[in-house]
Design a protein around this ligand. Sequence first.
Ligand code: SF4
Ligand code: ZN
Length: 420
Amino acid sequence: IKIKVTEIPIPVAFSSTYEGEIIRRGDMQVEFDGSRVDCFELVCTKEASEIEDHEFKLIGPDFDQMEVGSKQQIAYIVNVAGKNMQSDFEPVFERKFHSYLNCIEGVMHTGQRDMIRIRISKATFEAGFRAKDLAEVLYCNIMNEFDAVVDKCSVTIITDGVECTRLRHELAIPTYDRRDERLESLTDESVPVYYSCIMCQAFSPSHVCVVTPERLGLCGAVSWLDAKATNQLDPEGPCQVITKERVIDERLGRYEDVDEAVAKFSQGALEHVTLYSIMEDPMTSCGCFECICGIEPFSNGVIIANREYAGMTPLGMTFPDLASMTGGGVQTPGFMGHGKHFISSKKFMKAEGGIERIVWMPKDLKDQVSERLNKTAKELYGIDNFCDMVGDETIATDPETLLAFLTEKGHPALGMDPMM
Ligand code: SF4
Ligand code: ZN
């Protein structure tokens, strides 16, 4: 018999009202910062015999043995077992940790995987909040939310620096890499179905993401494997199967099945959506795109701006300017929200010629995607070091300077057909 825990036995409140809570440096008891030191969060699937349900282990000092205001290391491993558990569910559970921890009064969590950052407030610490309470929150929520597949769960928290570092390298990173490789081996052609996602309809009522192996959700957080897992965990939930049997146009990624699904899930607001075009019936955008791609008429190309970029783009628009004309679940040909990972996809605006059209990106974004983007450019077009031809804000923030740079580099977009 599975018992649903409704009250989580911790010394502070647990509620979604704490989700946006900010903890300032002066109010914080301790901070864990995965961008500076080795930290991580991980779900591991185990055999039932390997787990003692509700067991909690702490390796290293508890919060009361940490200096006030200090930066520390933390890792937490949530072990789960269940007859219906699959390792493909692990990242779906892991992504929920963000909201679980943020629901704790006086706890702030950002990031995921080994780039997490957590702050615990002085008030919450003084109320008695310790490592075992953090474990309790993870345990109770996993058991509540995923009881269809999890029969047993145990949590290990590691605050010992040496152990955090060792386990990050020996356990966490290889696990993340394995997941990424699994996704990378899939193509849109190789899978039998796609998935819809309507998680954003709460604030963007007609928005539907169509998630394929080579095109993740525009938030960057829902891959095809995640959508598949979400569908299996909750068949009536936000991610539904979209068949792909009735192709209308391969080049555009136009399918009767996709159009039908989009019409249904947008309650008729959308009739046609293509998977691979930015000009013809592009996918809509809600508000949580990681990046926006927009047409740059002087070079026949497109620029991409990421959310973190605060400066100007050669279109004379900042990211917020671009966002205001791209979001809201409407189709705006020439502009499209997308995930960072999509930039190096062979399906990135394939209908208009693909990644060869990219003429400008903020430097920071370029650095993040260059390895993969260069690899795709080499595979698709035989171009070496493609990113060296792509402008950034240190080179140009106006179209004339950008065009001069692209001409000097011999950027392939200049020789392509105009996009409009
Ligand atoms: Fe789902 Fe992400 Fe698309 Fe929102 S943006 S509908 S969460 S895939
Ligand atoms: Zn969204």
